[in-house]
Design a binder for this molecule. Structure first.
Ligand code: ADP
Ligand code: ZN
Ligand code: ZN
Length: 731
């Protein structure tokens, strides 16, 4: 009897056994419909066996194998197995989570995958002139196929309805056939019709980097491309990609966020016009996501450009992985299956024996440590393309008289840029008008009753908002505690700075860019267009503005409120602040005008600002690494965090205390800390606590976690929800 072992999207670690006599080894990876409890569920066959540990009489047959789409390959499953093991998350849930929603249901929505169409010998022999004159669409299509021999789906997608109907006829008459898989070679598909893209001549730095990165494209080789902002990293990626694509392989390009940086997608498509490029990110609708996924799987898509989840995209001919802005925290999933796409990308490259390029101006210390220990090779782009890195200065705000949070010297600098018809960007990492409303009589502060957080004053709707749980309330007319009618907003948010700048520079066009102003679809695109068309003089915005944009006319960046992160208790705060400030500084002076960065601070002598002024990442990172080593923090130690939430803090702590006692018994070479309230203790009405464990040995920690997790799973409690976070970024 043949037994198939199936993984489902359920929160238990086991695979489920079913009878399936016609299953062979080829069915591993196939989707299957099978009875699970009272209903049928879709799962994936992950193993095939001749016997089962379950009583044979109780094993049910599968309902059916879903053969409409190809199953996962052994290589796909190998990566998922690793991820499930390393992140201690159920394999079935990992596998099902990586599938597009359309494949998690039995009846997959029919999709046109990125197949391509090829002219048959019959079609080649048919003379266009033998077709009737009035069959214009048919003549056009036949001529297209005879000119190009192979036509990718992307071209067909652009065709008119009539042309598509004609294509169907051509298929039925077998003048054209539908093929799946790799398009043969670029030259066969572009047929000389697409214009050759223009590539800039590489700078010497770039040429050296490309040469180093391309030295061996046939083996696993992790490499860091350390390039300051504006040094032309993208061009280097494109050249390495071109090399790999020339060898008929696929490229996976991972980026933190696509919606914010649509330029990259356009650049990639423009550079490889004859190759199919697909994107994979959360902004796609279900059908697009499925089609793109299937195109990656068939090999028809030669470039997959995606966010975190794309690290699992099936790619049979994978030849290169590029991770842009590898330090970005959004590569780490922060709930549920908490994986790091950056780390899994490295694992995947090793499993597949392909090179991987991690690029950043401010790499994570984990990656930098891997360079220092020579596990990763290093290529550098130390100069800007236009050769003028921005000048960074601090404005001491201790003795300055701020106007709505803005120092006079910053206002003067903005005025100078406006006079020169250049753009200025004011960066403040807080949206809303003011971070809190206060009563100066009794000290009352607007607070969220569901979270340990303040309610932020928003002026547009004149309401108080919780940025953590979404709770909103009306602005009280008087202090709820003492009745004082004079409540005042304290501190600055983007809306307040926007208002202040508009008042100070009445002739300037001020644009605020934050999550509130870009919420509607397409809003950000419209704003970008206005910035590029120079219809904006002053930009006020949050992190959204820091990421990878290229606004050539922007010459001044002002930073407000960076100090709030300077003395954080989180040991990663300096690393993050440095990266954030480098990113936002990097927006200044990318065109022909030299850039200037002014940071308002009460601590102009703080070493972090000194390091930033010197723009010497290596020096800064080495200093931080020394501190991390002395303190026993990552990357020298490996951490895992057990999180628990309950309706009371006591319940969460008590549950963790039990978990901690169990941990002590098996902690060999692993330090188990005491349970503590989470830094965000209350969130949306739930109380949260956590327990940190760490070890100098990754293997020991992993062995410990396997044992511990089995104990935790047995420790049932309906009142407590818990989860494990491996290599946590937020403590
Ligand atoms: P980074 O990602 O390192 O911040 P980009 O890749 O955005 O830098 O490049 C900065 C700018 O320089 C872009 O406008 C890009 O088109 C341009 N650029 C890159 N390489 C070259 C080159 N070799 N010659 C001319 N311009 C280049
Ligand atoms: Zn009061
Ligand atoms: Zn809240």
């Amino acid at each position: 009897m043949k037994i198939v072992r199936v993984g489902f999207d359920v929160p238990v670690d086991t695979l489920f056994d079913y009878r399936c006599d016609d299953a062979g080894a080829a069915e591993i990876g196939a989707r299957v419909l099978a009875p699970l409890g009272p209903r049928n569920a879709v799962g994936v066959i992950l193993d095939i066996a001749d016997s089962s540990a379950v009583n044979l009489a109780r094993i049910k047959p599968v309902t059916r194998i879903l053969r409409e789409t190809n199953g996962l390959s052994a290589e796909d499953i190998q990566l998922m197995r690793f991820a499930a093991g390393y992140y201690h998350y159920p394999l079935g849930a990992v596998v099902m989570n990586t599938l597009p929603a359309g494949l998690r249901r039995a009846r997959a929505t029919p999709v046109k995958s990125l197949q391509h169409y090829a002219l048959t010998a019959r079609g080649a022999a048919l003379a266009v002139d033998s077709l009737p004159q009035r069959a214009r669409a048919k003549r056009r299509m036949l001529a297209l196929f005879q000119a190009r021999a192979v036509v990718p789906y992307s071209v067909i997608a652009e065709c008119t309805r009539t042309e598509k109907i004609v294509l169907k006829q051509l298929l039925i008459d077998r003048y054209v056939e539908c093929c799946e898989g790799l398009l043969t070679s670029p030259s066969a598909t572009d047929g000389g019709t697409a214009a050759a893209p223009v590539c800039p001549e590489l700078t010497l730095d770039q040429a050296t980097a490309v040469q180093a990165l391309c030295a061996d494209l046939s083996a696993f080789k992790p490499q860091l491309l350390l390039g300051i902002t504006g040094s032309g990293k993208t061009e280097v990626y494109l050249r390495v990609m071109a090399e790999v694509l020339r060898r008929d392989r696929q490229v996976l390009l991972l980026v933190p966020e696509i919606a914010l940086t649509p330029q990259l997608e356009a650049t990639v498509r423009g550079r490889f016009p004859h190759l199919a490029v697909v994107t994979l990110h959360s902004g796609l609708n279900e059908g697009e996501r499925l089609r793109h996924w299937l195109d990656a799987q068939s090999g028809a898509a030669r470039i997959v450009l995606g966010t975190r989840l794309a690290v699992f995209a099936p790619m049979p001919h994978l030849g290169l992985i590029v991770v842009d802005e590898e330090h970005d925290a959004s590569f780490k999933q922060s709930e549920g299956f908490r994986y790091s796409a950056r780390d899994l990308a490295v694992v995947r490259a090793r499993q597949r024996g392909v090179p991987i390029v991690l690029g950043s101006a401010t790499p994570s210390l984990e990656t930098w440590h891997n360079v220092a220990t020579e596990r990763y090779a290093l290529a550098r782009l130390p100069h800007r393309i236009n050769n003028t890195p921005p000048q960074i200065h601090c404005i001491n705000t201790r003795d300055a008289r701020l106007q709505d949070g803005l120092a006079p010297s910053l206002l003067e600098a903005i005025g100078r840029r406006l006079a020169a018809r250049e753009q200025a960007l004011i960066f403040i990492n807080r949206r809303g008008y003011a971070p809190v409303l206060m009563c100066h009589e009794c000290g009352w502060l607007s607070a969220c009753h569901r979270c340990s957080a303040r309610l932020v004053l928003h002026l547009q709707d004149r309401r108080l908002h919780c940025h953590h749980c979404g709770y909103q309330a009306q602005v009280p007319l008087a202090c709820p505690a003492c009745g004082n009618a004079d409540l005042s907003p304290v501190g600055q948010g983007t809306q307040r700075v926007e208002t202040a700048l508009a008042a100070h520079f009445p002739a300037a066009r001020v644009l605020r860019i934050d999550r509130d102003s870009t919420r509607t679809k397409g809003a950000w695109q419209g704003m970008r267009a206005r910035i590029e068309a120079r219809e904006v003089d002053i930009l006020v915005g949050t992190q959204i503005l820091a990421k990878g944009h290229d606004f050539p006319n922007l010459s001044l960046v002002g930073v407000l409120n960076a100090d709030s992160l300077l003395y954080s208790t989180d040991f990663r705060a300096p690393e993050r602040l440095y990266a954030m400030l480098t990113q936002v500084s990097g927006r200044a002076g990318r065109g022909s005008v030299a850039g200037e960065v002014l940071i308002q601070t009460e601590f102009p002598d703080h070493p972090l600002y000194g390091a930033l002024r010197d723009q010497n990442f290596a020096h800064f990172a080495d200093t931080l690494l020394k501190e991390r080593r002395a303190a026993g923090f990552p990357p020298y130690h490996y951490q895992a965090l057990l999180r628990a939430e309950a309706s009371t803090l006591e319940a969460a702590i008590q549950w963790l205390t039990g978990a901690s006692e169990q941990a002590q018994n098996i902690a060999d070479g692993v330090t188990v800390y005491d349970p503590v309230p989470a830094s965000m203790m209350r969130l949306a009405g739930r109380e949260r606590a956590q327990l940190l464990v760490q070890s100098a040995s990754r293997n020991r920690l992993q062995r410990f976690l396997s044992q511990w997790r089995a104990m935790l799973a047995d420790k049932r409690s309906s009142a407590v929800r818990w989860s494990l976070d491996i290599d946590p970024l937020e403590l």
